[in-house]
Design a protein around this ligand. Structure first.
Ligand SMILES: Cc1cc2nc3c(=O)[nH]c(=O)nc-3n(C[C@H](O)[C@H](O)[C@H](O)COP(=O)(O)OP(=O)(O)OC[C@H]3O[C@@H](n4cnc5c(N)ncnc54)[C@H](O)[C@@H]3O)c2cc1C
Length: 368
């Protein structure tokens, strides 16, 4: 029922704008409005904080169905989870009450600020600094590649509180867009997910009350990694949705397009490509849903499973979208058809929330 409801909404209210959102590289406001109106913008927020209380699998299905028509728009529910999960996992009761209610109501979005210009895969090498000053912390630094920066009201920011301790000297904070000293860089000009704004976040003497720290001092990096264990599954869902969208489009096209006097769907070479695409998608779906169930239960092998789902599903998305372009021939290579956008959008799922090389490092360290 959830899938049907999200699919109908996505097809009616999000899909019609997907090409323009990409072409104009603009924020998908129509998608945000539609998702908020239907309480699908941040489904993961627990009911006790005013949210829909969706479990990890339901959240995955929402993201998958939105990504099937518009990957940029699927970053709204995905990044709302990514940004706010540190607070849900490790924050004080007061922080949860304060920040989850506006997120659940759709009055505010949440972003996640881990990466920096010189600290990507090696996130613990970050330089952003937080220094205690009485009842306040003062933050200085630059966060890079922040999804929905400028659009979000709230930001989970990881910063160094003790430079001697590397990852154990990093703490997490909630920073608000309106805090004096917060500003944003120009939107990045990207290959895909062009509707999802990616900007730098500048922190210039941002003075915030000490109770905005998420969890204990020095636990920020652990919280950031624990968050990714759960949210990599949402990137797998996004990849899955993009791949399914490409397969669905190609499936329809091959029945219509005629060459050599018959639909190209009649050629076994084409049928074999479609069979492989569907087989890979289904394998990615099973891995992703199993990982979502593990996320919900907090199973001990979640770290491996989340990394495996993200890595596998994103590689599948890249292969399937590339094959979809192939099946449309020259038409697939143009912006008159959606599959080239899907191919460009798929690429990011192999890069963010840890590149697929990093996922393999994570898997190797956590072999089942
Ligand atoms: C559109 C977009 C949105 C993003 N959104 C966010 C966000 O909201 N919040 C956030 O914090 N970050 C975000 N990111 C950042 C993203 O997570 C990083 O780009 C990613 O982790 C890679 O870091 P990097 O770009 O610095 O690449 P690098 O770390 O410089 O990697 C370059 C290459 O080296 C490889 N490599 C690095 N180390 C190793 C190793 N040990 N072994 C093998 N290979 C290695 C990488 O796999 C990659 O192929 C976003 C990025 C993009 C592009």
């Amino acid at each position: 029922m959830l899938r049907d409801a999200v699919r109908s909404l996505a097809e009616a209210k999000i899909a019609p704008h997907a090409a323009a959102v990409d072409e104009e590289a603009r924020f998908p406001q129509e998608a945000l409005d539609a998702l908020v109106a239907n309480d699908l913008h941040a489904v993961h927020v627990p009911e006790e904080y005013g949210g829909a209380g969706a479990d990890a699998l339901a959240t995955v299905i929402v993201i998958e169905e939105v990504a099937r028509v518009c990957a940029s728009s699927s970053l709204i529910p995905a990044v709302n989870k990514l940004g706010s999960l540190p607070v849900i996992l490790s924050g004080s009761e007061a922080l949860k009450k304060k920040y989850m209610a506006p997120l659940a109501k759709g009055e505010a979005m949440f972003s996640y600020c881990l990466s920096e210009p010189d600290a990507g895969s090696d996130a613990a090498g970050m330089k952003t600094r937080a220094v205690r000053d009485g009842d306040f912390w003062v933050l200085n630094g630059v966060k890079r590649w922040i999804t929905n920066a400028g659009e979000s009201e709230f930001y989970t920011v990881m910063a160094v509180t003790d430079p001697e301790k590397r990852s154990k000297g990093i703490s997490a904070f909630v920073v608000e867009k309106s805090d004096p000293g917060v500003s944003f860089g120009a939107p990045e000009k990207k290959l895909g997910i062009k509707g999802s704004p990616t900007r730098e976040v500048y922190l210039d003497n941002v003075r915030i009350p000490a109770d905005r720290m998420i969890g204990e001092e020095g636990t920020g990096f652990a919280t950031a990694m624990k968050t990714l264990d759960h949210t990599r599954i949402t990137i797998a869902a996004q990849a899955l949705g993009i791949a399914q969208g490409a397969l669905d489009y190609a499936k329809g096209y091959v029945k219509e397009r005629k060459q050599f006097g018959k639909p190209i769907a009649d050629f076994q070479g084409v049928q074999f490509m479609l069979a492989d695409m569907a087989m890979k998608i289904e394998a990615a779906r099973q891995l992703t849903y199993a990982a979502a169930a593990k996320s919900e239960r907090g199973d001990s092998d979640l770290t491996f499973q989340g990394a495996a789902a993200k890595c596998f599903a994103s590689d599948v998305a890249m292969e399937v979208t590339t094959d979809a372009v192939q099946l449309l021939g020259g038409y697939g290579y143009t912006r008159d058809y959606p599959v080239e956008r899907m191919m460009r959008d798929a690429k990011i799922t192999q890069i963010y929330e840890g590149t697929n090389q990093v996922q393999r490092i994570v898997m190797a360290r956590n072999l089942p």
